[in-house]
Design a protein around this ligand. Structure first.
Ligand SMILES: N[C@@H](CCC(=O)N[C@@H](CS)C(=O)NCC(=O)O)C(=O)O
Length: 200
């Protein structure tokens, strides 16, 4: 399999952590890919022009990160990362959606800040920051700090906190609240998290 990914994409990091947790990393070749400036080669695999994208051994093209994570989880019974059914499944997928939604807002702010100052929109950035702060509080409710599992929902949260630290170290987003910071201080040392630290 080939994984098209950039070194800083948090969505690609989520997929890479899933691959490591599933013991599938040796079966995946990382292909450095950037969505900028467009059009880039990534569009041949993902018409949306976004990373990550996966080329399976059968030559199928899979995107986005949620689909790829579910696909990788299905490839091996080792260390299941997504509950198969019932309330636990929906809780896991909802938490992933919440964590990914924070990333969507954070990435949008990063892109907004790269625009010429005269074209940047303060209300757009403020709305995204508000969504992030609200969602961090909601994530705290979804976290079970004493739970030692590291399923897809917890992987998505770890990736999100990593990205917020990486890009927004100077902004108070509520990450220092006790339950979250305690949880993150142990998960950041997890081998698959350490192995996938963003490379600018
Ligand atoms: N929902 C997608 C989001 C992927 C995404 O937005 N990736 C960013 C890089 S971090 C990207 O490729 N952006 C290019 C663009 O928005 O055109 C996923 O989970 O894979």
């Amino acid at each position: 399999m080939k994984l098209l990914a950039s070194g800083t994409s948090p969505y690609a990091r989520k997929v890479r952590i899933v691959a490591l947790e599933k013991g599938l990393d040796q079966r995946i070749t990382l292909v450095p890919a950037s969505p900028w400036p467009e059009p880039t080669a990534i569009v041949d695999t993902n018409p949306l022009g976004k990373v990550p994208a996966l080329i399976t051994v059968d030559g199928h093209h899979l995107y986005d990160s949620r689909v790829i994570c579910e696909y990788l989880d299905s490839l091996s019974p080792h260390n299941p990362l997504i509950p198969a059914s019932g309330p636990a499944r929906w809780q896991c997928l909802r938490t992933q959606a919440l964590a990914d939604g924070i990333l969507d807002a954070a990435v949008m702010i990063v892109l907004e800040r790269r625009r010429p100052a005269s074209q940047q929109s303060t209300p757009v950035e403020q709305r995204a920051l508000n969504a992030i702060r609200r969602s961090v509080i909601a994530l705290e409710r979804d976290l079970k700090p004493t739970d030692s599992t590291f399923d897809l929902s917890q992987i998505a949260i770890a990736v999100t906190f990593g990205y917020l630290e990486f890009r927004f170290a100077d902004v108070d987003l509520g990450l220092n609240k006790s339950a979250i910071s305690t949880w993150w201080s142990t998960r950041r040392e997890h081998p698959s998290v350490l192995a996938t630290i963003p490379i600018p």
